[in-house]
Design a binder for this molecule. Sequence first.
Ligand SMILES: Nc1ncnc2c1ncn2[C@@H]1O[C@H](COP(=O)(O)OP(=O)(O)OP(=O)(O)O)[C@@H](O)[C@H]1O
Ligand SMILES: [Mg+2]
Length: 350
Amino acid sequence: MTKSEIEAFLREVKHPAKQEADIVELGIVREIAIAPEGVTVTLGFPKRGEPLQKYLVGATRACLIRHLGKDVPSEVKTVALEDAPRPEGLGKEMLDGVKHIIGIASGKGGVGKSTVAVNLAVALARSGCKVGLADADVYGPSVPTMTGTEGYAPAGEQINGKDYIVPVEKWGVKWMSIGYFAKRSQALIWRGPMASNALKQLILQVNWGELDYLLIDMPPGTGDIHISLVNDIPIQGAVIVTTPQNVALADVEKAADMFRHENVNKPVLGVVENMAWFTPAAHPDEKYYLFGEGGGAHLAETLGVPLLAQIPLVQDIRECGDAGEPAALGSGPEAEAFLALAATLKNSGD
Ligand SMILES: Nc1ncnc2c1ncn2[C@@H]1O[C@H](COP(=O)(O)OP(=O)(O)OP(=O)(O)O)[C@@H](O)[C@H]1O
Ligand SMILES: [Mg+2]
């Protein structure tokens, strides 16, 4: 009997409260060990407790006896999730050559996280850094469109017998997104744990090589995906993107709290105020504060972190995003804003 055969029959154990998803798919099976003394299966449960833990342990035990017979000794162990061994092939070794891993986050959708992440990546590359960007929005990936790399198919490669993904390279930046693996029209309807696992693969199973910065474009919100991401990826800190409105500030504070939670304990490196003011293309010196003024500075002060940049709302930034040619590649005030952000981030780190 091999590990994969055992894993295959363990899929018969379904989680009654999770739409009948099985314990392998849900990542509850953390380790299968085969020794002369018998078979040991380790199940991982969240430290805060899992109401159906007893049931799942019992069902797993019964499943082992059913398939292995009574003569093969088998044991089911449990482990609190933070201490669980990680699934095979998902070590952190691919991040060994990465100096800084920074999450670009916001509690709210549509504030411009992806725009800031993509342009910051390009700006850092223009200033001589080695940069990668992982699009962590597995439900609505936008990096392929924003970088004009839709339809690119990343290659695979084997290192020491393990499979890795080669990131897409353009403008000196290494890009990775679930969008490279799914058709544009194909809705990505995944159950939470599957989405989390896919996401981890998109970061941990990619051959990033040597990087000064790996930026992670986080999906909106502060749900399970985020918590699992900040727990499993050695993120150094977060850059919080906000628009100047008060409504956005409340959500953004929630996102900051997520990183600062005692179990996560990652610093917020600073705030980027996006769409800080509107500047019409024909009047580049004018500023209209459509969403109020000073919201970013106020948030930075509340969080006790620096305001890293104010990015204006300009038509060009959206058009460049839609056209797959980030504004930071060009010249003019919007490119300057992103280059200045890159410079500030470089000076604040190390
Ligand atoms: N400074 C800006 N000036 C003009 N348009 C902008 C600016 N920032 C973002 N946009 C536009 O706003 C829209 C939303 O931006 P973006 O997709 O980057 O937000 P997001 O926070 O990543 O959204 P989501 O929460 O869906 O991931 C896009 O059409 C983008 O081009
Ligand atoms: Mg986005």
